[in-house]
Design a protein around this ligand. Structure first.
Ligand code: HEC
Ligand code: HEC
Length: 391
């Protein structure tokens, strides 16, 4: 029975089902589909998880009507098969303007205390998304000043009118900035990745990692490379917030990628954390990136300026920061854990084998995260598809 129920729900989520339940009237309990060892994500109290919101958010995430001229969706820069990264250093916006930074992967974004490469003030997904939608520096979806046009466009679609009604009965299905952003954020919180070989090796199956990956793991967590000073914990980053934690942890560091003037300056186009705080010591600091699915999320770093994982090690970290080999030498503002180390090609291959073990095939092929297509789901589920561990 349970299996059948799941199947039916999955079909409904896939957009093909003319099935089931009068959703709006049922009380909903959300169950996270996560392993028992993973803590639950934090959810803002004004946007509790509901399957109807997730289904609506998924449709919006893939909908190009969210851009001013119908050319871009969130999913244009965040591709599931690449762990929701983009595969390009920067992605042009709806008006063809070049982007400034690399679009980020979205696996486990629900666990982040702040969003984007270097902004501790953007603490919710609901707030973050206002940037791609409305910002003009650079233009991404290009909807700045056109909120009304966007909501009218969505209201014209009878499918959305119905989806918003079942997702937001308390708002009587109103299509507003609040309901649009809450729905997309709810979908983003379901983008959970805990099924990589590395997860299996940590939680029981010691055979999940190849001998090369195991050697790479030892190097990664060892004293020579020091990677795990910053890349640690649930998502291999020192930025985490979870329901079982009293305080979030945040980590912004200068890794010595640039040194434009001998005093540690980054290029004028992007000073990282300093742009937000105004503090000189924050020059070149960026948020430690999660390494989940990292084999798929290149090119690497905030500006996509390192093409391969090999170069992340060979041309950047092993030199004590890439700038060390440039005209102005080592960046004096770089983090104390960024120091040169000797590494052989065989050891680099082992570290890469370890990083490859962070790829979660079921995450990048999960049908619940894919483009739901144009078909309007005629009924929506009132509970999440599956799961252990209640919110
Ligand atoms: C034109 C490409 C583009 C589009 C379209 C786009 N994004 Fe992004 N996304 C980016 C870039 C670039 C960044 C990094 C921004 C920064 O650091 O300033 C990013 C960062 C993010 C992050 C932060 C992830 C993290 O780890 O902190 C989230 C979440 C996100 N985008 C969600 C969305 C959503 C939702 C939409 C649609 C409403 C969207 N994006 C549309 C390019 C895009
Ligand atoms: C001092 C903290 C720190 C240490 C030590 C560190 N990293 Fe990082 N890592 C970061 C930060 C911060 C970024 C983002 C930097 C940027 O974009 O400018 C990053 C980015 C990365 C990226 C790119 C991720 C992406 O999606 O673009 C990879 C890969 C990576 N680190 C691997 C490693 C490895 C391997 C080591 C050990 C050799 C290591 N890191 C050591 C802080 C650190």
């Amino acid at each position: 029975m349970r299996t059948l129920f799941r199947k039916v729900l999955q079909m409904a989520l896939l957009g093909g089902g003319a099935l089931l339940l009068s959703a709006a009237t049922r009380p909903t309990t959300w169950h996270w589909d996560i392993p028992s060892w993973a803590p639950a994500p934090v959810v803002p109290s004004d946007n509790p998880m509901r399957a109807e919101k997730v289904a609506l958010g998924r449709r919006l995430f893939y909908d190009k009507r969210l851009s001013e001229n119908g050319t871009l969706a969130c999913a244009s820069c965040h591709l599931q098969k690449l762990g929701f990264a983009s595969g390009v250093p920067t992605h042009v916006g709806a008006h063809g303007e070049p982007g400034l930074r690399t679009p980020m992967p979205l696996a486990n974004v629900a666990y982040l205390p702040s969003y984007t490469w270097a902004n501790p003030q953007l603490t919710t997904l609901e707030k973050q998304m206002l940037i791609p939608m409305f910002s003009d520096q650079p233009v991404e979806l290009g909807m700045g000043g056109q909120e009304k046009a966007l909501f009218a466009r969505l209201s014209d679609d009878p499918c959305y009118a119905r989806l918003f009604r079942v997702a937001f009965p308390e708002a009587k299905g109103a299509i507003t900035l609040s309901t649009v952003t809450k729905a997309i954020a709810s979908f983003e919180r379901t983008l959970l990745s805990f099924d990589s070989p590395y997860d299996h090796s940590l939680h029981g199956d010691k055979t999940a990692l190849s001998p090369a990956a195991q050697r790479g793991e030892a190097l990664f967590f060892g004293e020579k490379l020091e990677c795990s000073h910053c890349h640690n914990g649930l998502n291999l980053t020192d930025n985490i917030r979870a329901a079982n934690m009293p305080f979030p942890e945040t980590g912004f560091h200068n890794t010595g990628l640039y040194n434009e003037d001998g005093k540690g300056a980054y290029p004028a186009s992007d000073h990282g954390l300093r742009t937000v705080t105004g503090n000189a010591e924050d020059e070149g600091k960026f948020r430690t990136e999660s390494l989940r699915n990292v084999a798929l999320t290149g090119p690497y770093m905030h500006d996509g300026s390192i093409a391969t994982l090999h170069d992340v090690l060979a041309a950047h970290y092993s030199k004590g920061g890439r700038s060390a080999t440039g005209p102005h030498g080592e960046n004096p503002l770089r983090d104390q854990f960024i120091e040169p180390f000797d590494i052989s090609e065989a050891e680099i291959a082992d570290v890469i084998a370890f990083l490859n073990s962070l790829t979660d095939q079921s995450f990048i092929t999960n049908p619940a995260f894919s483009d739901p297509g144009k078909t309007c789901p005629l009924a929506l589920p009132s509970a999440s598809p599956s799961g252990k561990g209640a919110q």
